[in-house]
Design a protein around this ligand. Structure first.
Ligand code: SAH
Ligand code: SF4
Length: 352
């Protein structure tokens, strides 16, 4: 270790402790002349205690802390801004070393803390009703950066995180490998240990990845953003998934259910005059009838400058009633944090 490096900021090729396996850390300890048990101690700081730099790893000898500080990239994301909703939800804008920033949200309820994380800075899918989609993709996040959002919320609320939804910015399945790594780490009993069923990934419907997800051994939960089962409407609302037709999506979801035995949920945000018509209700009933699924009817959250408006509560109830008549469970989901633009589809990269 060069002496002059000790207090410099780590180089761009700095080691990402989040990306290190146990084996990598053992090799690093050997290289630094440290006993093997230090690897476990470091992992505990990274995955459980959520420190932002090796300086805070107080059970490590000072020379090791200094050696690590010179080598590793900063761990925590920095909080650039925050907003607190009337309902207790907190939205954070977190920044990473290269200037990319994302939002995440903590949603407390008695005895519970749900966290909504982003998987990409921005999103390339361009859904017409979504604030994130409007600005395109900046970059995908690493598993560590996804995990850090959960740690940030946990530390801020000083409470155990009971569930995580991958419903912030970005399309998780367009960043499949890092999303899976983050899910596994969140599930790991040596890390946050959140039950797989309480970890939900929402996709706009990337079929190859839905099929891949069906073959993962863990019981993670899948949510699919439908928003219309009329091909023409869906193409207009969700141009990024035009090439994955509803016929194929239907078949893929059937395969998912057959393989996993688990029930996917479908997100359907009602947009006045666009996807709340009789034709849309009929079509959605046909799509869901006789299949294992749960439909979440959401009122569209208005995005400034967008021509789309939410539908009415009567229409939402009509969807629920009609679906229930064909034996499909459906609920109206109320968005949290709407007053701070933290609700679905309102997350952007900058707070204004
Ligand atoms: N990219 C993934 C996950 C992030 S979006 C996906 O699309 O599923 C999370 C959820 O918010 C999705 O169901 C998305 O369709 C929904 N959403 C986006 N914009 C919205 C808006 N303006 N109002 C309500 N829901 C919206
Ligand atoms: Fe991307 Fe999801 Fe927004 Fe569509 S709804 S643009 S997939 S974040």
């Amino acid at each position: 270790m060069a002496e002059e490096n000790l207090h410099d900021s780590p180089s761009p090729t700095a080691l990402d402790l989040h990306a290190c396996t146990h084996g990598d850390l053992l090799a690093l300890m050997a290289e630094l002349g440290q006993p093997a048990f230090r690897a476990k101690q470091i992992e505990d700081w990274v995955w459980n205690k959520g420190v932002s730099s090796p300086d805070e790893m107080t059970n490590l000898p000072k020379p090791l802390r200094e050696a690590l500080a010179a080598r590793v990239a900063p761990l925590g994301a920095s909080e650039l801004a925050r907003q607190v909703s009337e309902d207790g939800s907190r939205k954070y804008l977190l920044g990473f070393g290269d200037g990319a920033s994302v939002e995440c949200v903590g949603m407390p309820s008695p005895g519970k803390l749900a966290v909504c994380v982003s998987t990409q800075a921005g999103c390339a899918m361009g859904c017409a009703f979504c604030a994130t989609g409007r600005y395109g993709l900046t970059r995908s996040l690493t598993a560590g950066e996804i995990y850090e959002q959960v740690m940030h919320v946990r530390n801020d609320f000083n409470a155990r995180v009971t569930s995580v939804v991958f419903m912030g910015q970005g399309e998780p399945f367009a960043n499949y490998d890092e999303t899976l790594k983050a899910l596994r780490k969140l599930n790991d009993p040596d890390a946050l240990g959140i039950g797989a069923r309480h970890l939900t990934v929402s996709t706009c419907g990337l079929i190859p990845q839905i099929l891949k997800f069906a073959n993962e051994p863990e019981q993670f939960t899948l949510a699919v953003s439908l928003h219309s089962t009329v091909q023409k409407t869906r193409n207009a609302l969700m141009p990024g998934v035009k090439r994955y037709s509803l016929v194929h999506l239907y078949a893929a979801l059937g395969e998912y259910v057959d393989k996993t035995g688990r029930r996917p949920s479908y997100e359907f945000a009602l947009i006045g005059g666009v996807n709340d018509t009789e034709e849309e209700i009929d079509s959605l009933c046909d799509f869901c009838r006789g299949t294992l699924c749960h439909v979440n009817i959401i009122q569209l959250n208005e995005v400034s400058g967008s021509p789309f408006k939410p539908s009415t509560p009567e229409k939402a109830q009509q969807f629920i009633d009609r679906l229930s008549r064909v034996g499909v469970e459906a609920t109206i989901r109320n968005s949290r944090g709407a007053d701070i633009d933290a609700a679905c589809g309102q997350l952007r990269q900058r707070m204004r």
